[in-house]
Design a protein around this ligand. Structure first.
Ligand SMILES: *[C@@H]1O[C@H](CO)[C@@H](O)[C@H](O)[C@H]1NC(C)=O
Ligand SMILES: *[C@@H]1O[C@H](CO)[C@@H](O)[C@H](O)[C@H]1NC(C)=O
Ligand SMILES: *[C@@H]1O[C@H](CO)[C@@H](O)[C@H](O)[C@H]1NC(C)=O
Ligand SMILES: *[C@@H]1O[C@H](CO)[C@@H](O)[C@H](O)[C@H]1NC(C)=O
Length: 416
């Protein structure tokens, strides 16, 4: 063999060796990928969702569920013109009629601030709707016109649901968010319904207790008292009230920004607290908020602070002489179950959905944890995972129906 031929032969052997090595390393991957692909094809063709197993945290059911998210037929909430209220209440599965004497004798008021996702709003509303209660819906002024129109048309079907008589353009962390609640409070203060506590919600909240259980929770420890979880303002939250903040309002993008102006001390020597924007307040306390000189002064002073809804309620409820005040309480009250992002809050639970503003938007595998919590509501849910919302609402409706002695009408069951 010539020298040239030896080189060729050697080269050929080397090349083949490389090829065989690559094949050995890579082929199993191809097979693996193929089987994964095959499996998910099979799964997609057998998308029978099993919510009870998902609520139990069954891993396979959750995995199948995740593969099937896109297969879930969305429930469409189309508002016809003219709207037939009798029909819409049935088609949307609203429970009309009192469920128990206990609930009838303890009416609640709700403030719901929303800005998007009409489907999510209907799902939340039908979960918390109870004919004994009264509801004020604040729709963000910047929401699309057809969204506002649909909310108005739907709520007009119910005597005890109304939209706020004054709507704000809500800016994240801005004063407008607090003002929205106050607007609804003014409406609710003059309601004929003798509501005992008012609870505020946003569009991404969902109840994890039934109406009956919420009342029992309030009666057990908080009868005649306000629930406003929070503590004395910690040093790392001082920036929120030390400088003057302004809202930049624009239809495309609104935000709050800090100015260089230092703020004056809080009015009337008030000690500022820090806590949750979500609460359960007594009617007398709401009246007090609307009338008391300290409340008015603090509200005025809070106009240019950062996220004033996270200090206003808790500060007022720590005043010893406020109606229903809880001057010595801290974070208790079980208002919200929240999974915070690492370093953003107390819990270290992982999130199986995704984080928005450092808070977990729940996925299927979070649901077991969610319903194990003692809180009245959980945050956040949205239509990025339709199946998560579907399973939690079926779980909640099932629980509600299992606690009533009223005659259950067929349309009270949610669709599969
Ligand atoms: C197998 O799938 C993974 C993820 O989908 C991909 O990154 C990888 O390149 C694939 N491997 C092969 C050999 O196709
Ligand atoms: C409804 O609750 C009952 C028990 O109260 C349970 O047996 C059933 O599986 C539940 N159904 C769903 C769809 O969760
Ligand atoms: C509204 O719907 C109800 C129930 O489907 C039906 O009985 C009634 O006739 C409808 N009313 C009108 C005005 O169409
Ligand atoms: C709420 O509205 C329903 C009908 O829409 C009515 O039957 C009920 O009496 C109302 N409840 C109160 C407390 O006004």
């Amino acid at each position: 063999m010539s020298k040239f031929g030896v080189k060729w032969c050697f080269g050929l052997i080397l090349l083949s060796a490389i090829f065989i090595c690559v094949a050995i390393v890579k082929l199993p991957n191809y097979f693996k990928n193929y089987t994964v692909q095959r499996n998910s094809d099979v799964l997609l063709h057998s998308c029978s969702i099993h919510c009870p197993a998902i609520m139990n945290g069954d891993k396979e059911a959750c995995q199948l569920g995740n593969h099937c998210q896109k297969q879930v037929k969305p429930e469409t909430f189309h508002i016809q013109d003219p709207i037939n209220c009798t029909r819409i209440k049935q088609e949307y599965h609203f429970i009309i009629g009192s469920l128990s004497q206990e609930e009838a004798s303890y009416p609640l008021a709700y403030i719901i601030t929303i800005h998007k996702e009409f489907e999510m709003f209907v799902k939340l509303l039908r979960a918390i709707y109870n004919t004994d209660n009264v509801y004020c819906i604040h729709v963000d002024q910047k929401s699309p016109e057809d969204y506002k129109r649909n909310v108005k048309k739907l709520t007009d079907c119910f005597e005890n649901i109304s939209v706020a008589s004054k709507m704000e353009h809500v800016v994240y962390a801005g004063f407008s968010r607090l003002q929205a609640d106050i607007n609804c409070m003014k409406d609710l203060a003059s309601s004929k319904v003798k509501w005992k506590h008012v609870i505020n919600l946003c569009g991404q909240d969902f109840p994890i207790k039934t109406n009956r259980e919420i009342i029992l929770h309030i009666k057990s420890k908080w009868q005649g008292k306000n629930i406003t979880p929070g503590i004395r303002q910690p040093p790392n939250m001082k920036y929120r009230t030390e400088y003057s903040y302004k809202q930049h309002i624009n239809n495309d993008k609104s935000y709050v920004y800090r100015t260089d102006m230092k703020k004056a001390k809080p009015p009337l020597d008030l000690s500022i607290y820090f806590g949750m924007a979500y609460y359960a307040l007594t009617r007398n306390f709401v009246q007090f908020i609307l009338e008391d000189a300290r409340a008015k002064a603090l509200l005025e002073w809070s106009q240019d602070t950062y996220s004033p809804d996270e200090h206003f309620w808790v500060t007022m409820n720590r005043l010893k002489d406020a109606p229903g005040a809880t001057p010595d309480s801290t974070w208790e009250g079980n208002v919200r179950a929240v999974k915070w992002a690492p370093n953003a809050g107390p819990s270290t639970e992982g999130c199986n959905g995704h984080y928005v503003h450092d808070i977990c938007v729940y996925g299927l595998q979070d649901l077991k944890w969610v319903v194990e919590q003692q809180d009245m509501f959980a945050n956040k849910f949205d239509m990025s995972s339709p199946l998560t919302v579907k399973c939690i609402e079926k779980w909640h409706r099932n629980r509600t129906l299992s606690q009533t002695s009223a005659t259950i009408q067929p349309h009270w069951y949610l669709e599969d």
